[in-house]
Design a protein around this ligand. Structure first.
Ligand SMILES: [Zn+2]
Length: 426
């Protein structure tokens, strides 16, 4: 009987025998029609998963595949958001659909190897030039890869994009409509314009909101919630970033989150890119620039976490791995590891409006298999082996090898310290 590490991409898995779950139980999983149909002990389990842990496959709720992997094309500069936008716009005229398609494909291989089976990507619809070239390239990729993973494409409307182009983008076959009201001169009017177009096109909305620490103007998110409630907007709404909320005093934050919860808006938090872009103009006491995740969870808001930019002018680093995002949520947003893992698994599926997945009866068999380890170790990542199933079929398999001259068991474990301890205990 094969073990998970012998599986190849494209193999269909019918049974996983002896796989461990996060609660410590060991079980067999039967997969039929892409769904987990039993956690009992079926006859003829065909994959011996003893020693492996199964968790819900990872998700990426907010990527920019059209920008991915461009950082090394220019002098590497450390940018705030405004400079990053300028640098990107200088690059954009030299970027065509084939270029976008190629880099997006490479980025997707990185995401899927990490364990991602569902991804939402924004794509620029610039005010001039062939405005829809990026959108068309990513829609083509979405359709070509539909058998392998779920890709949701969101045209990212610039406030300068003329209305006829916005309308054309909304009719091109995208999954949602997006935009950046906080970059508009009149953010509330830009939010209203995008809600109008989404309403006419029958599309859900995912807006970049409050991606700044400046509290001088009003809050995009509060305004979005009010407009959604006032017009009875019938489609799902997601707000991404929401960085400015971290600067609010508690009472104002609570009333804002209450409106967001009532409007049913899901929030996508993006710790890595926000840590990279925000706070550069603070000489000391630099704010973290991460949306207030704990109060959002306490308010009953659906929260998902993503990586946002991947090695481009907006974020020079990143490895396309939601476990890296989860790890940041633990260290920089003070979530418990189980909450952090939920934000990159179940939270993403909820925000993307996808059916529940994971090692449970009736769930879609999108699974990440890793060697048995603790939850904390999993979130710390990256680990040395991952097997990714999408609807019961192997999407990716990764194993990394390392060799070291050090003994497998550290001498300290047998009572002999590896290094003499100093007075500070290190
Ligand atoms: Zn973004």
């Amino acid at each position: 009987m094969l073990g998970p590490s012998a599986l190849r991409p494209g193999d269909r898995v019918a049974h996983l025998r002896g796989v461990q779950l996060l609660d410590g139980r060991t079980t067999d999983l039967t997969i039929s029609g892409g769904t987990v149909v039993g956690t009992g002990t079926p006859p003829g389990a065909d994959v011996d998963a003893e020693g492996w842990l199964a968790v819900t496959a990872l998700g990426e709720p907010h990527a920019h595949l059209d920008k991915a992997l461009t950082v090394d094309r220019g002098a590497t500069r450390l940018n705030g958001l405004v400079e990053a936008v300028e640098q990107w716009h200088r690059m954009l005229p030299g970027i065509d659909g084939a270029d976008i398609s190629d880099r997006a494909g490479r980025a997707l291989r990185q995401y899927t190897a990490a364990g991602v089976t569902a991804i939402r990507t924004h794509v620029d619809v610039p005010p001039d030039g062939d405005a829809l070239r990026g959108l068309r390239a990513l829609l083509e990729l979405r359709d070509a890869l539909a058998d392998h993973l779920t890709i949701q494409v969101v045209p990212l409307i610039s406030p300068a994009t003329p209305l006829p182009v916005v309308e054309a983008a909304a009719k091109e076959g995208a999954d949602l409509l997006g935009g950046v009201p906080h970059l508009a001169e009149d953010p509330a009017a830009e939010t209203a314009r995008l809600l109008d177009v989404a309403e006419r096109a029958g599309l859900p909305l995912d807006l970049h909101t409050d991606e700044t620490l400046d509290l001088t103007p009003g809050l995009d998110l509060a305004d979005l919630a009010d407009q959604v409630i006032a017009r009875g907007f019938q489609h799902r709404v997601t707000a991404s970033h929401c960085v400015r909320l971290s600067m609010l005093p508690p009472e104002r934050l609570a009333s804002t989150l209450d409106r967001v919860a009532r409007a049913g808006i899901a929030v996508v938090v993006l710790p890595q890119t926000n840590l990279y872009l925000q706070g550069r103009d603070h000489g000391h006491s630099v704010p973290r620039g991460i949306a207030p995740v704990r109060p959002m969870l306490d308010a009953g808001i659906t929260v998902a976490a993503g990586g946002d930019n991947l090695r481009d002018p907006f974020n020079a680093v990143g490895r396309g791995d939601p476990l890296e995002t989860a790890s940041l949520l633990v260290s920089a947003a003070h979530l418990h590891p189980h909450e952090a893992l939920e934000a990159v698994t179940g939270g993403v599926r909820a925000a993307l409006h996808l059916p529940a997945a994971g090692p449970a009866d009736g769930a879609v068999a999108d699974l990440l298999l890793v060697p048995v380890q603790s939850l904390t170790s999993l979130v710390a990542g990256p680990g040395d082996a991952r097997v990714v199933l999408r609807a019961g079929t192997v999407l990716a398999r990764t194993r990394t090898e390392s060799a070291t001259a050090l003994p497998a068991t550290a001498p300290a474990a047998t009572g002999v310290p590896a290094h003499p301890r100093g007075p500070e205990g290190r």
